[in-house]
Design a protein around this ligand. Structure first.
Ligand SMILES: *[C@@H]1O[C@H](CO)[C@@H](O)[C@H](O)[C@H]1NC(C)=O
Length: 194
């Protein structure tokens, strides 16, 4: 019952997106990408930022390296909920299915990996998870820590330090949990805990 309107909303949103894209001439690549980002913006109001905007500037400037910060995506999506991410990815996938040059995206957690395009993309859409930083410790036995993907290890240690607890996490404050957990990374505890 609750799912039906949601599904309807998503289908309409994707239709809207594809309709918009079909209106523009395929040859006009720059405006095609603009339409792609405008459509994402219609889908996620207030969460999609074109370049040279205060939010997108702040996002780009918060990368660890100048090489990564110098990459220019067409727009930056800053989701706040899990379903924002799935809506954006579904829309981008739909774009990509119909127009393979579009719908290319990068996902960024901490943005600490220094090389260009590790978590940013030229000519695509960057999904910056920085607004999702929720951290919670299981209340029963405090053995499970749930961390949203935009958190940096400093955010995690700030919660755990006062409790005299820790995790096998990154060695640098600005390292993000997402890349560290997916790509592997080195913890001060790795020699004893793996
Ligand atoms: C964003 O950064 C650009 C330089 O890259 C600058 O020209 C522009 O004024 C900035 N915009 C805002 C709103 O901060």
């Amino acid at each position: 019952m609750i799912m039906a309107p949601t599904r309807h909303f998503r289908a309409s949103a994707i239709f809207f997106l594809l309709f918009n894209a079909s209106v523009i001439a395929a040859a006009d690549v720059q405006s095609a990408f603009t339409v792609q980002c405008s459509s994402l913006s219609a889908l996620l109001p207030g969460k999609v930022f074109f370049l040279r905007n205060a939010k997108s500037n702040a996002s780009l400037q918060s990368y660890f390296s100048a090489q990564e910060a110098s990459i220019a995506p067409f727009c930056i999506v800053i989701p706040t909920f899990t379903h924002d991410i799935s809506s954006a990815v579904q829309a981008l996938a739909a774009f990509h299915t119909f127009w393979p040059a579009y719908g290319i995206f990068a996902v960024r957690s901490g943005g600490h990996t220094p090389f260009a395009s590790a978590a940013n993309i030229a000519g695509g859409v960057t999904i910056d998870l920085n607004a999702m930083k929720k951290i919670s410790l299981s209340t029963t036995d405090k053995s499970v820590l749930s961390v949203s993907p935009g958190a940096h290890w400093i955010d995690v240690y700030s919660v755990l330090d006062p409790l005299q607890m820790t995790v096998v996490g990154g060695r640098g404050a600005s390292i993000g949990v997402g890349g560290f957990l997916l790509d592997g990374g080195i913890s001060f505890l790795s020699p004893s805990l793996g």
